[in-house]
Ligand binder design. Structure first.
Ligand SMILES: Cc1cc2nc3c(=O)[nH]c(=O)nc-3n(C[C@H](O)[C@H](O)[C@H](O)COP(=O)(O)OP(=O)(O)OC[C@H]3O[C@@H](n4cnc5c(N)ncnc54)[C@H](O)[C@@H]3O)c2cc1C
Length: 414
């Protein structure tokens, strides 16, 4: 892979007709591979990258029905954090945050990670007490978290209105919580995987599977049949539809989750601020836009649009916490189709079909999990056994009842 450096940018910039090499090669699919990854979002690309980088697998393809990052990985609000309640989740998400902390260097692509801290607000004494327990549990899980008083919150975010309808009584912060640039994460993984020989195939939809005696032998695509004995599904909101073609019924519902940005202003927000009660979160991008998110639409849908009532709710909630922004205009709004599991924990690992692996159920929070998702799925595919970090996230938990309920940690989508 040609390194991006100050010198190479200068050299290209000085040319009269600069010819920038393609960041990755979009190729036609071959007839067979050692492993096929379905879905060119962050999880699919990262899985392919670690298969090649860590396990030396070269004959790997990523098949994407549209364009890279055109799904949720290019539509999210870019928040990364690891302040989860259960030890299994904390260990997994903290590994992911650690990988994010060195990702720009690993991929030689600046993902613009900004660890400005994620601040969660409590609006009653009872909520603050519950939050204290949560923050303690996070610390026991060896993850940073700190309870803050209203005065400390005001010092951190001077523009915040603490005197909301349910006044802010305190909160807690994970100072390592971050935002980064989602396109850069997708493109960085694509570029690095392509340089290691992974075939990246866009405009190639997987339409079915070649199954024999309960084992995968290949996939059917809009660009022909491909034989392979290892297939990983990383198709987010379309997981239940695609898995059904392999005879699997997944406990996943698909809904639209939207986000929006304001017109750009000078830097005024210092953290990612969220409130589960008022039901919204906001951060400021490097371009100066306020990036707002909230809950998913309340009905199932595959539309990448999102409804107007939720949009109105998100804006109203933000203005309750930050009335100072009432004169701002909304610049853009968009949505993605998220894959929600009953316990809001991902579904990762093996399936009853031999050679078919699944990476799904991220719902509203899988961006933060991309590096560890890719790393653990690559291990799982190579060893045909779940990586220790994802053992608790298997599909079998819906039969055994060993759910990992992170409903509170995923209270507001991010
Ligand atoms: C508005 C919004 C805000 C969010 N905010 C955050 C956040 O702040 N922090 C966070 O951690 N998470 C957030 N998320 C969730 C996060 O974006 C997702 O969980 C994550 O990106 C999922 O990545 P993925 O690679 O699994 O799926 P995707 O990025 O959706 O990729 C799946 C790909 O599969 C392709 N595909 C589907 N079917 C087929 C097929 N049959 N054949 C071939 N390709 C197929 C799709 O075209 C798509 O490109 C947010 C999501 C949304 C929508």
């Amino acid at each position: 892979m040609k390194g991006y450096s100050f010198y190479s940018i200068l050299k290209h910039g000085m040319r009269r007709k600069p010819r920038w090499p393609a960041a990755w090669h979009d190729v036609s699919p071959q007839r067979s591979y050692d492993a096929v990854i379905v879905g060119g979002g962050g999880h699919g690309l990262a899985t392919a990258y670690y298969l090649a980088r860590t396990h030396g697998m070269r004959r790997v393809a990523v098949l994407e029905k549209g364009w890279l990052g055109g799904g949720n990985s290019g539509r999210n609000t870019q928040v990364s954090r690891s302040n989860y309640f259960w030890p299994e989740s904390a260990a997994f998400y903290d590994r992911s945050l650690q990988l994010y902390e060195t990702l720009s260097h690993e991929l030689n692509f600046n993902v613009m990670l900004s660890q400005r801290g994620i601040l969660s607000l409590a609006h009653s004494h009872h909520e603050l007490e519950t939050m204290r327990r949560w923050a303690n549990a996070i610390q026991v899980n060896d993850v940073d978290s700190e309870i803050l008083s209203p005065q400390q919150i005001k010092k951190l975010e001077p523009l915040i209105n603490l005197d909301t309808r349910f006044p802010v009584r305190g909160g807690f912060i994970q100072r390592r919580g971050a935002i980064s640039r989602h396109d850069a994460v997708n493109w960085g993984y694509a570029r690095a995987a392509s340089a290691l020989g992974v075939d990246i195939v866009q405009n190639c939809e997987v339409t079915g599977f070649d199954l024999r005696n309960g084992e995968v032998r290949g996939v059917e695509t809009t660009r022909g049949s491909i034989s392979t004995e290892r297939v990983c599904l990383a198709v987010a909101g379309h997981s239940s539809q695609l898995a059904a073609r392999a005879g699997l019924r997944l406990p996943i519902t698909s809904m639209s989750l939207q986000a929006m940005v304001s017109e750009p202003i000078k830097p005024v927000l210092n953290t990612i601020t969220m409130s589960a009660v008022i039901h919204m979160y906001v951060s400021q991008s490097d371009r100066g836009e306020l990036v707002l998110g909230g809950g998913a639409d309340v009905y199932n849908s595959y539309a990448q649009r999102g409804g107007l009532p939720l949009l109105e709710q998100n804006v109203a909630a933000m203005l309750e916490l930050f009335p100072v922004f009432r004169g701002l205009r909304l610049l853009r709004q968009w949505a993605g189709t998220v894959d929600i599991s009953p316990d809001t924990t991902p579904i990762m690992g093996l399936t009853p079909v031999k050679g078919l692996y699944i990476n799904a159920g991220w719902g509203t929070g899988g961006y933060k999990a991309i590096p560890a998702g890719g790393e653990t799925m690559a291990h799982t595919i190579v060893s045909d056994s779940p990586h220790p970090l994802i053992r608790a996230f298997g599909l079998d938990r819906f039969a055994t009842g060993r759910l990992v309920d992170e409903g509170a940690a995923a209270g507001v989508a991010h």
